[in-house]
Design a protein around this ligand. Sequence first.
Ligand SMILES: [Zn+2]
Length: 424
Amino acid sequence: MKLLCALLVFVASTSAVKNYGGYQVLRVVPQDMEQLQRLHDLYSLLEDTVDFWKEPTRLNQPVDIMVGPNLVKDVKIELSRRCLDFSIFVEDVQTNINNERCTDCVNTKAGFDYTIYHTSKQISQWVTDMAIDHGIVTEINIGKSDEGRDIKAVKISSGGSKRVIYIQGGIHAREWISPATMMYMANEMVTKYGVDSTVTAMVDNCVYDWYIVPSLNVDGYDYTWTNDRMWRKNRQPNTGSSCIGTDLNRNYPYKWGGSGTSDNPCSDIFHGEAPLSGIETSVVHEWLQQFSGNIALFIDFHNYSQLWLYPWGYTNKKNIEQPHKDLQHDLAIRATDALRKPYGTEYFVGMSGPDMYPAAGASEDYGYVTLGVSYSYIVELRDEGNYGFLIPEDWIEPSGIETFEALKVLGTDTLPIGPPIPEA
Ligand SMILES: [Zn+2]
C-alpha cells in the first residue's frame, strides 16, 4: 500500500514537474590563481543566468555550472574564450533525475524504508511514527512553514534535562541526501540504543538530549517533488518581485547581507528582506531560544562536496580571531577519521569562509555566535564528483552509516565549552 501511494504521488506529480532534458553540468577545475580569478569573473557575470551547483572557491576545487539547452553552446564558447578547460560533469541532468530513484524497486522491508527518498508528508509522518514506536523519542512540532506545513523534530532522550545537541537537515530543498541521512541516523540511534554500547552512551550517559530536524525547509523540499527538482530556496513570496523564495542559509542574523549573498530576490542566494525574515529560520530560531546557553553541538547538514566546516563563514580573511578554531578543528578531524572507516570516504576539514568561500548570514556562524554553541559545523555530505545533488538512492545507506560513525565521536565527547565566544 505504501509503495502504491508513493507511485501514485509520483505519477500525479510528474506532469507539473520541470523537465531538465538537455541541461548539462559543466565542470571546471581551477589549476592556478589566474584561472580561479577568471572563474570568479565568470561567476559574477553569469550568476543570475545559470545555476552554479558549485561556485568558485579555491585551487583544485571543482566549479560546477548547470546550463540549460538554449545556453549550453554559448557558455562553452565563453569558457573556451577565457581559456578555461571544462569537462561535461553531467551529460543530461534529466537522465540523472530519472536514475536517482529506483522506480521499479519493490519495497520488501517491513516498516519505513530508509534506503529510498521520501516526500515531505512521509517525513512528517515518520516523526510521528518514531515517537509512537520508540519510548526514547518525542515528536516536536516546532511551528509552521510559510505554506503551513509542520516543521518537526525528533527529540531523542532518556529523560531528565541535559545539554542539547541540535542537528538540522534539508535547509536547501534540493539536497535530498541530507534529510535521508538525518532519518537514517536517528533510526540508528533509537534502534541501537540499549544494544550497542557506544550508541547507548550517546543517549544514556546523562549528558545530551538530541534534537534532529530532518527537513527544515519543508515547503522547498515539497516543491522539489512536485515542480522543480533543482529548487534550493524556501517558497516565500518576495515584496515587489515575482521571484519566489529566500535562501534560508543566507538569512541568519550574524553578518546578514555580507559577502556571498545577494539582495536580488531572483538569485538562488537571496538573503531575504531582513535577518530571519524567512519564516522557517525565524520559527526555528524562536524555538531554539529555550535552550539558550545550553547547546553543546550544532550541525547543519547539506550536500555536496564532502566538507566538514566550522566558522567563520562570513569572511574569507584568514586572520580573524576565532577562539574555538582549534577545538572545532580537532573534533572534526576525529569525526571525519571515523567517517572514513566504513567506505574510505574522504572529507575536507577547514574554516568555511577562508578555506572555501564566504557566505554571510549562514548557519555555522549563527550556531556559533547567535546561539553561543562552542561546536558549530556546516557539513556537505556526499558526493565529490559523480552525482552532485542527485545522489542515487542506493547511496543513502552508506551515507547514513558513515555519517553516523562521525556522530558517534561527537556524541560521546565531553565537548568542553572552551574560551568565550565572540559577541554578535
Ligand atoms: Zn546547501
